[in-house]
Design a binder for this molecule. Structure first.
Ligand SMILES: [Zn+2]
Length: 309
């Protein structure tokens, strides 16, 4: 079984819950560039960036920022609730949204990079706390980084906190800049809306996770998530689905020429009844499910790192 089970036990549901409430309720009601709390000098997304950076630095990491110019989406209330985002107008304000990177240098194959990422912003067009979407993936990524703080990877291990609820998505710049540098991203895991599921699955008490792939290389990663769920008895109802075309932040990397990319959502098609609404609150988040999903992503990433060194 090796070292992986020990790392999985270190994922702490209490940490996940504490960080999730911090980022999606108190003190931060949202994480967006167009909302500043009364009495604060910077917007709630910058406050979230500061929180993440402070936590990561506590664990000895160096955080690098990459600025991208973005606008908030406008809201089109005539559309169904889940898709009320509509393009910004040219005259709408521009902001700098930051990608936050943390990098661990590999000791054996440092040029091969395993990337775990999550979008940290909440919906710019609606007052949603964005607890599942994507406070959940953000705090899972943060917790994985904490658990791995003393781990010495064979390949390089990168964590990226990006933005996908403003326009353009900052994962697009991250992916294109990686390609321009010639970075060799061998496996990409996009942690998004983990644990979010249908009312039916909630009522049935299921702990769900869905690995979403677009390419044959991605399907191998999706199968790996299922394999580790079984091998380490994580206990998820692990599903696999193919998207017709690249989507979300993993799609940004596929479009840039990195086919070995998947997303893990709580369900697919995404079925959380509070998706993109004001009701996407942290009290609704199934923390045990989120912890299990974080374990699955952690185990899969470690499997890639430990393979064929
Ligand atoms: Zn999302």
């Amino acid at each position: 079984m090796g070292i992986i089970p020990d790392y999985l036990t270190r994922i702490d549901p209490g940490h996940l819950s504490q960080a999730l409430f911090h980022l999606s309720q108190d003190p931060l009601p949202y994480r967006k560039l167009n909302h500043t709390r009364p009495g604060q000098s910077q917007n709630t997304l910058y406050e979230a960036d500061d929180y993440l950076q402070e936590r990561l630095e506590t664990w000895g990491y160096v955080v690098k920022k990459e600025g991208v110019q973005v606008q908030a989406f406008r809201c089109d209330a005539s559309k169904p609730k889940v898709q009320q985002y509509s393009p910004p107008a040219p005259e709408d304000p521009w902001y700098t949204a930051c990608n936050l990177y943390v990098k661990k240098q590999g000791t054996v194959r440092p040029d091969e990079i395993v990337l775990l990422l999550a979008h940290k912003d909440s919906q710019s067009w609606v007052d949603s706390p964005g607890a599942y979407d994507n406070g959940a993936g953000t705090v899972a990524l943060l917790e994985i980084a904490r658990v791995l703080k003393d781990y010495e990877p064979g390949r390089s291990l990168w964590f990226l906190f990006c933005n996908e609820e403003h326009r353009p998505w900052t994962s697009v710049a991250a992916a294109q800049n990686a390609k321009a540098r010639g970075d060799d991203l061998v496996a990409i895991f996009n942690l998004d809306s983990m644990g979010g599921k249908s009312q039916q699955d909630i009522d049935a008490g299921l702990k769900t996770n869905a690995a979403i792939y677009t390419t044959p290389e991605g399907e191998r990663l999706a199968d790996l998530v299922a394999e580790v769920n079984d091998a380490y008895r994580i206990g998820l109802v692990q599903r696999k689905a193919r998207r017709a075309r690249p989507g979300d932040d993993d799609g940004s990397f596929i479009n840039a020429g990195y086919p070995s990319a998947i997303a893990t959502f709580g369900s697919f098609p995404y079925a959380d009844p509070a998706y993109h609404t004001e009701d996407d609150r942290p009290e609704r988040v199934d923390i045990p499910n989120l912890a299990m999903a974080a374990q699955a992503s952690l185990a899969a990433a470690l499997r890639v790192d430990l393979s064929e060194r």
